[in-house]
Write a protein that binds this ligand. Structure first.
Ligand code: SAM
Length: 201
């Protein structure tokens, strides 16, 4: 599902700073919910609409996906959902220790080639950063259609202090505190099973 480049995306992002989190203020932010690789913002909007007492932040590096999310955020008028258009690798170190309640990794890029495995959002260096920004009891929730990424990620998690809370190879969307993403809807409609794990620090 390639996203076709949209030339309007960057100017729209430049014009609508109100739906983006100010990077200078990140170090003082706490008790929020973070989606890394938020794509076109489906999950962010649905979660913020259902949980208006909670702040949801999405990090997305792709300019077109970020522009589409920003447009949806402007239209939604939600004040508890914000976007950060950047690579998570630059943003995670700016977050305060123990400041994120839950991290969501939804249908992260699989990076199938071995030499690219370190770019995976479940790779050990990312897990170490997640452990830093989550408090004790904070959660990391990972969903994917990609069984190779899923199985490799279970190994990365096993080598970390994360505690496994639940695991399924046929997630049907039964968790109340969750929402279907764009990719999730696509794969579920196709009949592809969805794998999901919940970990706790
Ligand atoms: C396969 S898409 C899934 C999008 C959405 N989460 C969904 O489930 O519909 C993965 C998204 O993660 C973004 N992404 C991958 N690595 C990232 C990183 N290091 N920082 C920010 N975004 C990233 C990609 O640009 C892409 O939009």
């Amino acid at each position: 599902m390639r996203t076709k480049f949209k030339a309007w995306a960057q100017p729209f992002l430049d014009e609508h700073k109100e739906v983006q989190y100010n990077k200078e203020e990140l170090s003082s932010l706490k008790d929020f919910y973070l989606e890394i690789g938020s794509g076109k913002g489906e999950f962010l909007i649905k979660m913020a609409s259902k949980n208006n007492d909670k702040l949801f932040i999405g990090i997305e590096k792709n300019v077109t996906c970020s522009g589409i999310t920003a447009k949806k955020l402007v239209e939604s008028k939600l004040d508890n959902a914000k976007l950060i258009h950047d690579d998570a690798i630059n943003i995670l170190p700016m977050l305060k220790e123990g400041s994120v309640k839950t991290i969501f990794l939804n249908f992260s890029d699989p990076w199938p080639k071995k030499r690219h495995h370190k770019r995976r959002l479940t790779s050990v260096s990312f897990l170490n950063e997640y452990l830093r920004v989550l408090p004790k009891g904070g959660k990391l929730i990972f969903k994917t259609d990609n069984i190779d990424l899923f199985n490799d990620s279970l190994e990365y998690f096993e080598s970390s202090p994360f505690k496994l809370i639940s695991k399924t190879n046929n997630y049907l969307g039964e968790d109340e505190f969750d929402a279907a993403t764009e990719y999730e809807e696509f794969f579920r409609n196709e009949g592809t099973p969805i794998n999901r794990v919940v970990y706790e620090k």
